[in-house]
Ligand binder design. Structure first.
Ligand SMILES: [Zn+2]
Length: 332
């Protein structure tokens, strides 16, 4: 079965050329993906209906995006809305939801939603951090309505505060994230583990500057994968942020192409129904190659672009601290 990629040129219309989260990101990615050897079934998404956006997001937040979208404007200091961004954000959410549904129905094996704007900072009440609506959360929430359990694995350099917040009191969505700390948006400590029914279903790994492949693969091996195996998700949605790569200008972690490839391979062993949705990543020269690395892992192909080990700080102590914290909830 071919990989499926959801993409639309309309995603390029949400744009602010002087902003790091601009249309050139997706232009460089789609060029690399189309130019790769991968066998891919490209599809155009449909926008998610407003009522489905409201299943996760507050109506005032949705109305604000719709209003600003008429003339363009700013939600906050770093989150812009272009003319038409409301429709484009619904299109991004529609792509992620449709791909997740197709994978759950076994119509598609694996795929990548190449979407903008990204989603993981948008919480129930607020668009922020370059994100308008939370694409991964909308997809996960829709699947839980059909009785599915979802793992959202977030490898963006920033903590996905929005995704965490939306599922913080729930046990049908497991949220796992590693991220640079301290860093924007300031959340994602080891102590944040969920509340009520969701206690133990949020797993955060705040990593120091310089941490890279050895730390991340140890985290997967000793924390994330064993917990995921015990949770038994019906699908894995990867919030794929490539700003955790060692060259990224907004980053500080030191992952390499090989790390992204290996993470997808390991996650697929837990649940082969796996998809990625684009979050951050700002190195225009490499973004496309990193996306292709994950597509190659999904397809079971060899990695075509490798880089040398880049980690400068092995944060073993963070792995140990998370294990001590999460042992109350999981056998790790
Ligand atoms: Zn990010």
């Amino acid at each position: 079965m071919k990989l499926k990629v959801y993409y639309s040129d309309d995603f390029l219309k949400h744009n602010q050329p002087s902003h790091p989260e601009n249309a050139e990101r997706l232009r460089s990615i789609i060029k690399a993906v189309r130019g790769s050897e991968m066998e891919i079934d490209f599809a155009e998404p449909e926008p998610l209906a407003e009522e489905d956006i409201l299943a996760v997001h507050d109506s005032n937040m949705v109305k604000l995006v719709e209003k600003l979208s008429e003339k363009g404007g700013w939600i906050d200091f770093d989150t812009y809305v272009s003319i038409g961004s409301y429709e484009i954000a619904k299109l991004a959410a529609g792509a992620v939801c449709k791909l997740a549904e197709e994978i759950c129905m076994d119509e598609v094996k694996n795929g990548f939603a190449l979407v903008r704007p990204p989603g993981h900072h948008a919480d129930r009440y607020r668009s922020m951090g370059f994100c308008l609506f939370n694409n991964a959360a909308l997809a996960a929430n829709a699947l839980t309505k059909k009785g599915k359990k979802v793992l959202i694995f977030d490898h963006d350099v920033h903590h996905g505060n929005g995704t965490q917040d939306i599922f913080y009191e729930r046990n049908d969505v497991l949220y796992q994230s590693f991220h640079l700390s301290p860093h924007y948006p300031g959340t994602g400590s080891i102590e944040e583990i969920g509340e009520e029914d969701g206690e133990g279903f949020t797993v955060n790994a705040p990593l120091p500057r310089g941490a890279g492949e050895r730390t991340v693969m140890t985290l997967l091996e000793e924390v994330f994968i064993p917990i995921a195996e015990q949770f038994k998700p019906d699908i894995i949605i990867v919030s794929a942020g490539f700003d955790s790569h060692y060259t990224d200008m907004l980053g500080g972690l030191r992952l390499r192409s090989d790390t992204f490839y290996k993470m997808i391979k390991e996650l697929k062993k837990v649940q082969p129904r796996l998809m990625c949705t684009l979050e951050g990543g700002y190195n225009l020269n490499l973004l496309g190659r990193l996306v292709v690395s994950e597509l190659e892992a999904m397809a079971g192909k060899e990695l075509s672009y490798t880089e040398d080990e880049k980690e400068t700080r092995n944060a073993r102590e963070v792995v140990n601290a998370i294990k001590r914290k999460m042992r109350d909830y999981w056998n790790i």
